[in-house]
Design a protein around this ligand. Sequence first.
Ligand SMILES: Nc1nc2c(ncn2[C@@H]2O[C@H](COP(=O)(O)OP(=O)(O)O)[C@@H](O)[C@H]2O)c(=O)[nH]1
Ligand SMILES: [Mg+2]
Length: 364
Amino acid sequence: MGTISKMGFKCGLVGMPNVGKSSIFNLLTKQKIAADNYPFCTIDPNIAYVEVPDQRLDCLANVNKSEKVIKASIEFVDIAGLIKGASKGEGLGNEFLSHINSTDVIAHVVRFFRDDDILHVKGQHNPFEDFQDINLELILADLNTLSKYLERLKKSKMNPKEKDILVTELESLIEHLSNDNFASSFHFSDDLLGLNDLKLLTKKPMFIIANINDKTDENEVLEFQKKISDNIHLVTIDVKLEQDISDLDPNDQADFMDEMGIKESALTRIIRKGYELLGLKTFFTSGPKETRAWAAKKDFNARECSGIIHTDIQKGFIRAETVSYTDYIDNDGEQGSKNSGVWRQEGKDYMVQEGDVIYFRFNI
Ligand SMILES: Nc1nc2c(ncn2[C@@H]2O[C@H](COP(=O)(O)OP(=O)(O)O)[C@@H](O)[C@H]2O)c(=O)[nH]1
Ligand SMILES: [Mg+2]
């Protein structure tokens, strides 16, 4: 991935109908960021741009007396319409699956809350079965993609030796999925990884949002966690409670959370988890005009990071002047960092570190 669009990081909410996806989404949109910071945002009722909380921003802004503070953001998409049979065209079917395809992370919402007034699509309460039903649709969609891909590959004019290797590897991937496994748990060879046009839903990182209420038996969530693979993270949320909190006056919110012993809102935890699973790192730009956090893929070098700010900076990249966040704060900003010799000049290949404060030099 060379240049990326600024708003390119997407987290899709999926799950059975009536599990609370739209309710969670609506809570996220309440934190909607000031639109004038993001003039290129399209207005789509199913997309929310959500700011990533980061306390370091205020400290940086304080050093430079910045007029404006802009947080990093990620995009959340409410993906409705997944039901059993989607991979065979039920419900929104393939249209729905292509929405998931455009996301980078999947947040799988599972209903643990109990409420007789809210219809359960399957007629009975069974979080694990719900979870598996959705997963199976994703696996079936991938199997569909893979068999078409394999057919095309077999007909292609590729060097027969290379082709044979790929065919064998794809066949073992198909077998892996046929045994109800996700592509994310398959060991991809470099050859397979090289197939950039092969896009699989179950290869995307996924985490679970367990939507509970006061009638949920805690053990039920624990039992669920035991049944799923260790590397699938789970965030618990009580949507109704969070709705109540968000309806409070901002000043009362903190008090209420203190009383309830809640350290961080579930939304903050969801946003963080999404950010973490996207494999992102944060770097900062800071000056009197604005202090801003930018999200970059973990393996982005200085030049690639500069492209997140503007493609012109990437094109005319000269160097990155940088210092770690801690050194920047300890030395009271740029001048202090220069005076104590921690301010560095780095070239285009410099691997930007989490928290770096950067000034990019470029010409156009
Ligand atoms: N009691 C209760 N009801 C909920 C909870 N979350 C969602 N609901 C209700 O369940 C219904 C479906 O929720 P919605 O967010 O639209 O689900 P979606 O189909 O997954 O988008 C709505 O009437 C919600 O008010 C919850 O945590 N507790
Ligand atoms: Mg919905």
